[in-house]
Design a protein around this ligand. Structure first.
Ligand code: PAF
Length: 280
């Protein structure tokens, strides 16, 4: 695996592959890789000749009181895992390389509407940060495919919309959420949990799975179901941010014509903000 940290070195390598007619799949990450990321990389390997990964803890998507400084950074083990997964190229830029004009001065990409609901309501500016960095990375890597985890379901919807609206020639693919044996969705932030909190954490997935089951069995009183779910989370020690049933296509309010629904939840447990979703 080759590792580069400048845009010019990245562009040179990508240009060579493009010239020889090879296809590219791209997996953007913030590092601290776990088994969930490996699923994304395996999918990338399946669909294209060359796999490019990036590691960049993107300051633009963290709010002023969020965990940008504490976000786990594990470059050595990340590089080992990427090499084992057969990744061809790692792009690991510094902040200045991605935001040469500074974080605030550069052009930003905003996907209106869906960026301001659910997690976006709790984390103003978060999805502008995500859309901006992903648009820049797409322009640099110029992949045929880009793979994102379905755990961050709203992020996936935002990126799909951005790609469509900006006519970017990238196929955005989702990969199923990778879970621990007890159902907890894998996330770098799980390591913020104390052993006691870790024991409680799977309740998030159990609760939204129960809501999804009730909907499958015919219940349509979504607001009551979500109130019940939020109360169960609160009783278990979470501080629920939201539990919502939404249209899986655009995250609009669920309605009778919705082809597929998704139950989404976010809740604080100690230092960790956990998110999860289950499709119905
Ligand atoms: O999901 C992530 O790790 C990040 O939000 C992403 C897509 C790499 C953008 O910084």
């Amino acid at each position: 695996m080759q590792t580069v940290d400048t845009r010019s070195a990245l562009r040179d390598l990508v240009a060579q592959w493009r010239l020889s007619g090879e296809t590219l799949a791209f997996v953007p990450t913030m590092g601290n890789l776990h088994a969930g990321h490996l699923t994304l990389l395996a999918k990338a390997r399946e669909v294209a000749d060359r796999v490019v990964a990036s590691i960049f803890v993107n300051p633009l998507q963290f709010g002023p009181f969020e965990d940008y400084d504490q976000y786990p950074r594990t470059p050595d083990s990340d590089e080992r895992m990427l090499t084992e997964m057969g990744v061809d190229l790692l792009f690991a830029p510094r902040v200045k390389e991605m935001y040469p004009l500074g974080r605030e001065q550069g052009t930003k990409v905003e996907v209106p509407g869906i960026s301001d609901i659910l997690c976006g309501m709790q984390r103003p500016g978060h999805f502008v940060g995500v859309a901006t960095v992903v648009a820049k990375l797409f322009n640099l890597v110029q992949p045929d495919y880009a793979i994102f985890g379905e755990k961050d379901f709203q992020q996936l919807v935002v990126i799909r919309r951005m790609t469509l609206d900006l006519c970017l020639p990238v196929k955005v693919l989702g990969a199923p959420t990778h879970r621990e044996a007890d159902g907890l969705a894998m996330s770098s932030r799980n390591q913020y949990l104390t052993p006691q909190e870790r024991a409680v954490a799977p309740t998030l997935h159990q609760t939204i799975s129960d809501v999804a089951r009730d909907i499958r069995e015919g219940r349509s009183d979504f607001a009551d179901l979500c109130d019940w779910a939020a109360a169960r989370l609160a009783e278990s020690g979470f501080r629920p941010h939201y539990v919502e049933v939404r249209d899986a296509d655009d995250l609009g309010k669920a309605h009778s014509d919705s082809e597929e629904l998704v139950v989404l939840a976010a809740a604080q447990l100690g230092r960790a903000r956990l998110i999860d979703n289950v499709r119905v």
